[in-house]
Design a binder for this molecule. Structure first.
Ligand code: SME
Length: 150
């Protein structure tokens, strides 16, 4: 598991004073991705319209460009506003496989200072059951610190 306290401080330092969402997403995706070998795909899907997500800054192989809220693990996170911690993607109805090697996934809702959903943050792993509630809590706190700061 990464040293989330150090990761958080690094991201805070790198993004201090920045309010451009794309720049913030690119920095978070980069730093989180390289913090742990479990993370094989790390990136954002942005809310671009009613019930629609489109790919944002990411690290890893190509990801699908559009995901409606009705589909996939990302759509479930956007639709419900709840963390999706998926131990086995093959057991998740409607999982969208951007790579056949992916075994488990963590998707976190991303909200702004008004608590409006602006994106979801998706991390895929080639390892089964790779993610924990600790990962979800620590990464959710990092996302709040960056995107929900006023
Ligand atoms: N697995 C995601 C789709 C995004 S690719 O993994 C990058 C889903 O089911 O929503």
């Amino acid at each position: 598991m990464p040293d989330y306290e150090t990761l958080s401080k690094t991201i805070q330092s790198l993004t201090d004073g920045e309010d451009d969402t794309v720049a913030l997403m690119a920095t978070v995706a980069c730093e989180v991705h390289h913090s742990d070998d479990r993370f094989d795909w790390t990136g954002f899907y942005r809310v671009t319209g009613p019930q629609m997500l489109k790919i944002g800054p990411y690290q890893g192989g190509h990801g699908c460009l559009q995901i409606p809220f009705s589909r996939g693990v990302c759509g479930a996170a956007a639709r419900t506003g709840k963390v999706q911690l998926v131990a086995d993607v093959d057991a998740f109805p409607g999982h969208i496989a951007c790579a056949s090697s992916i075994r488990s996934e963590l998707v976190l809702p991303v909200t702004d200072a008004d608590d409006t959903l602006i994106a979801v943050f998706d991390i895929d792993s080639d390892q089964p059951d790779a993610f924990s509630q600790g990962d979800a809590a620590a990464l959710s706190a990092i996302l709040r610190d960056v995107f929900a700061r006023s």
